[in-house]
Design a protein around this ligand. Structure first.
Ligand SMILES: Nc1nc2c(c(=O)[nH]1)N[C@H]1C(S)=C(S)[C@@H](COP(=O)(O)OP(=O)(O)OC[C@H]3O[C@@H](n4cnc5c(N)ncnc54)[C@H](O)[C@@H]3O)O[C@H]1N2
Ligand code: MOO
Length: 500
C-alpha cells in the first residue's frame, strides 16, 4: 500500500515568486484573490497516494454454509456511563411524527469509544463460513486455524548451487579431490535440489574448480563444515505447525504460506452484508445534473469503497424520500437482509429527520448523539439483535462515522479488534481550538520539514472538496482545549485508512 508523502510542501505554500519571497495563501488571501488561489491549487494539485484496496475487490463466493462464531464478543451488560438507553424490546415511547421532537441529550452523549463499545457489547454477529480458492482469498478472514498438512522441504535439500559431498570424507582434513568421480564421490546439487542420501553436505559451486578429468579442486584454505549448504527437512514448515489462526486477515504472504502448507482452498468467514439506505428528498443519483435544491447522493460511493476495503459488502437501497412510512419500510427490509443497517441522513433536528426515531421505535438499545464533532447527531441502535446506525448526512460526518464506528463494527463482525492507527508527534503550524462541549476531530494536512512533521488545518477558503482531498491526518482535540501554534501534538496519520 502506498504511503502518503509527508515531505511534500503543503499545497498552500506558493512556489517562490519574483523577489524570492513566499506568498501567504491563507484564508484572507484566498477569498480576496480567488483566481490566484484557483491557479495555486491547480499548480499544486497532486492526488494523495491514497491507499487503494488493500484487499481484493470482488471475490469468488460460494454459498455460505455453516454458522460459526456465534459467541458474544463482549459482555452484554457492560455498564456505560453518560448515555440514555432503551434496553427492553420495543419499549421506546412512540414519538410524535415530527423529527423536531428528536432532541439528543448532549450532556449525556457517549464518547466515540463508548459508542462503539455500546453497540459491540450488545451484538452477537451471525457468521457463516464458505470455502474459497487460495488465489481468491486476499483480504478474507480465516474461519478456522490452519495447520501445515506436511513438512517442507519434505527431505533435506541443497541450500546453494553446488556439489553434494560426504562429511566422512573430510574427517581427517581435506581429502584429495583431484581424482574424485562424479556420482561416486560427489553429486551435483543445485539450490532446492534433493540429492542421494549418501551425501550430507553441499559445497557452493564458487568454491569448486571442476577439473578436465572429472575430479575437482577446492581452495587450499577451504574450511569444510559438516551438513553445511543444506536446508533441513521441515525448515520452511513442519507438519502440523500452526500457519494461521481463525480471525486472521489473509495477506499475499499468508496466502503463499498456506498454499505451501497444502491449503489449495481456505475456509473463510462470509463477508458481512451492510444495508445502506440513503434518505432525503433533496438527493439525486450520481450522474444526474443537480437542479436548485438538489444534492448528489455520493455517500454510497464513498462508503461502498470503504466497506470493500474492509471486507464487507454493501446492499445499496435506492434513495428513500423523507416519508416516514417509506423510511420505516426500507429500514425493515434492510433489517431482514443485512448484518448491519446504515440509514444515512435525517439524523438531526430537521422537520423531516425521522430516521433516528424510526430506529428508536424498533430498538432494544438506542442512544442518540456522540460527544464529538463532526458527526455528532449519530443514532446508535440495536434492532433485531443487529447494529442499526443512523449516520449523519454530510459527507465529512459520514466519513468519520465510517472511520471510528462502521470500520470497528466490520472488524467486530470478524472477531477482530481495531488496529491502532499510527500516531506521531507533529508541530502545529496553526492553533487548534476544541469545541466547548465536544471532542473536535480536527482534519489536518501534515508534511515534513527538515525531518520534522508539521501539521495544520487546510486553509480557510478551500472548498470542502479541496479540504477532503488534502487532509492526511487527524487530531482529536478534547472539549474546551486550545492548542497553540508551535505546540507539539499527537496526530493520527491517515495513510492506512482511506477515510474520505
Ligand atoms: N438546528 C440544528 N441543525 C443541525 C444540527 C443541530 O444540532 N441543530 N446538527 C447539524 C449537524 S452537526 C449535522 S452532522 C447535520 C446532520 O444532518 P442529517 O443527518 O439530519 O442529514 P440531512 O439533514 O438529511 O442532510 C444533511 C446534508 O447531508 C447531505 N446528504 C445526506 N445524505 C447524503 C448522501 N447519501 N450523499 C451525499 N450527501 C448527503 C444532504 O443533502 C444535506 O446537504 O445536521 C446539522 N443540522
Ligand atoms: O456533527 Mo456535524 O458537525 O455537521 O457533522
Amino acid at each position: 500500500m502506498a504511503r502518503q508523502d509527508h515531505r511534500r510542501e503543503p499545497f498552500w505554500e506558493a512556489p517562490r515568486v519574483r523577489g524570492g519571497g513566499r506568498r501567504s495563501y491563507r484564508m484572507r488571501a484566498a477569498t480576496r484573490r480567488p483566481r490566484a488561489q484557483r491557479q495555486l491549487l491547480q499548480h499544486h494539485r497532486r492526488p494523495f497516494a491514497r491507499a487503494h484496496s488493500r484487499r481484493a475487490g470482488e471475490q469468488a463466493r460460494s454459498p455460505c454454509a455453516s454458522r460459526a462464531f456465534e459467541q458474544p464478543l463482549r459482555g452484554r451488560d457492560a455498564a456505560l456511563p453518560n448515555h440514555r438507553r432503551i434496553e427492553t424490546a420495543l419499549t421506546a415511547p412512540f414519538r410524535q411524527k415530527t423529527g423536531a421532537s428528536m432532541k439528543f441529550d448532549i450532556e449525556n452523549a457517549l464518547s466515540r469509544p463508548e459508542a462503539l463499545e455500546a453497540i459491540i457489547s450488545r451484538w452477537t454477529p451471525q457468521r457463516e463460513t464458505e470455502t474459497v480458492p487460495i488465489e481468491r482469498s486476499l483480504g478474507r478472514v480465516l474461519a478456522q486455524d490452519c495447520h501445515a498438512q506436511h513438512s517442507l522441504p519434505v527431505h533435506r535439500t541443497s541450500a546453494v548451487d553446488g556439489i553434494a559431498v560426504r562429511s566422512s570424507d573430510f574427517e581427517e582434513g581435506a581429502p584429495n579431490t583431484a581424482l574424485w568421480k562424479r556420482g561416486e564421490d560427489f553429486a551435483q546439487a543445485d539450490t532446492g535440489d534433493d540429492f542421494p542420501d549418501e551425501f550430507d553436505s553441499v559445497i557452493a559451486i564458487e568454491n569448486v574448480t571442476l577439473n578436465e578429468n572429472g575430479g575437482l579442486t577446492l581452495p587450499a584454505a577451504y574450511e569444510f563444515k559438516k551438513e553445511s549448504g543444506i536446508k533441513r527437512a521441515g525448515s520452511f514448515m513442519q507438519e502440523g505447525e500452526l500457519l494461521s489462526r481463525a480471525g486472521d486477515t489473509l495477506t499475499p504472504k499468508l496466502m503463499a504460506i498456506l498454499a505451501a502448507g497444502g491449503w489449495s482452498s481456505v475456509p473463510v468467514i462470509c463477508k458481512p452484508k451492510i444495508a445502506y439506505i440513503p434518505t432525503g428528498n433533496e438527493l439525486v443519483s450520481v450522474g444526474t445534473a443537480p437542479s436548485r435544491g438538489q444534492n448528489i447522493q455520493t455517500n454510497s460511493v464513498m462508503l461502498r469503497a470503504c466497506f470493500e476495503q474492509l471486507g464487507a459488502e454493501m446492499i445499496e437501497f435506492g434513495i428513500v424520500p423523507d416519508v416516514r412510512e417509506q423510511l420505516g419500510a426500507a429500514i425493515d427490509e434492510a433489517l431482514s437482509k443485512a448484518d448491519i443497517v446504515i440509514v444515512n441522513g435525517g439524523s438531526s433536528r430537521g422537520s423531516e429527520d425521522y430516521n433516528s426515531e424510526l430506529l428508536e421505535e424498533r430498538a432494544t438499545y438506542f442512544s442518540h448523539g456522540i460527544k464529538a464533532v463532526p458527526g455528532r447527531p449519530i443514532g446508535l441502535a440495536i434492532v433485531n439483535g443487529k447494529p442499526a446506525i443512523n449516520v449523519p448526512g454530510p459527507m465529512i460526518a459520514a466519513a468519520l462515522a465510517q472511520d471510528w464506528l462502521i470500520s470497528g463494527l466490520i472488524r467486530a463482525f470478524y472477531g477482530q479488534t481495531a488496529a491502532p492507527r499510527v500516531k506521531r508527534p507533529a508541530v502545529l503550524d496553526a492553533p487548534l481550538r476544541g469545541r466547548p462541549s465536544f471532542e473536535h476531530l480536527a482534519r489536518l494536512v501534515a508534511h515534513e520539514v527538515d525531518g520534522v512533521l508539521h501539521a495544520a488545518p487546510a486553509p480557510n477558503g478551500c472548498t470542502l472538496a479541496q479540504n477532503i482531498r488534502e487532509v492526511n491526518a487527524f487530531a482529536a482535540v478534547p472539549a474546551g482545549v486550545k492548542l497553540e501554534a508551535g505546540q507539539t501534538v499527537e496526530i493520527e496519520l491517515l495513510d492506512t485508512v482511506d477515510w474520505a
